[in-house]
Design a protein around this ligand. Structure first.
Ligand SMILES: *[C@@H]1O[C@H](CO)[C@@H](O)[C@H](O)[C@H]1NC(C)=O
Length: 152
């Protein structure tokens, strides 16, 4: 009986965590961001894999807070289809800051980055793991997030 109660409490706690992660945007893997990643929103996708049909574009919003001054940054996208590696057009950097943000980025300030992820028709119909970097002027990953996408 006690064991069952414990299990129930355990599952209840898991659900609680899941609920709060969900409320906080899209669940992505952090792959070594040096800035604090406050929130990621991928259009129509809360718990990846994100399912997209080709050709399409998907809104990607990243809210982040660097802890040092950044002169400029740019997006780099990577896609792995199994072992094969495809370049993915990387859309912009400083120019895509919203809510009045601009470069240089100041330490401890929070910035909103709004971009689109193009899903080209040449991409194979497959599962792919996308890695999205926002790299500073020294190629350090301010943001590195990773999420699976299913292309239909
Ligand atoms: C991303 O941000 C833009 C501009 O702030 C907003 O219009 C859009 O709805 C956001 N998209 C998502 C998926 O949160």
């Amino acid at each position: 009986m006690m064991k069952m109660v414990k299990e129930l409490v355990y599952w209840w706690m898991c659900l609680g965590v899941l609920c709060c992660v969900v409320i906080d945007g899209t669940v992505v893997t952090d792959c070594g961001s040096v800035a604090r990643v406050d929130r990621v929103d991928i259009e129509g996708c809360i718990i990846p894999p994100c399912v997209v049909t080709r050709p399409d574009i998907q809104d990607v919003n990243i809210t982040f807070t660097p802890d040092y001054q950044v002169e400029s940054f740019s997006s780099v996208l990577d896609a792995y289809f199994g072992d094969a590696h495809y370049p993915w057009p990387g859309p912009g950097g400083c120019d895509l800051l919203t809510e009045g943000g601009s470069c240089p980025l100041l330490a401890g300030h929070t910035y909103h980055f709004h971009s689109i992820m193009p899903v080209l028709s040449i991409y194979p119909e497959l599962s792919v793991v996308v890695t999205w970097f926002l790299e500073d002027e020294n190629n350090k990953p301010l943001v590195c997030i990773r999420f699976p996408v299913i292309i239909l």
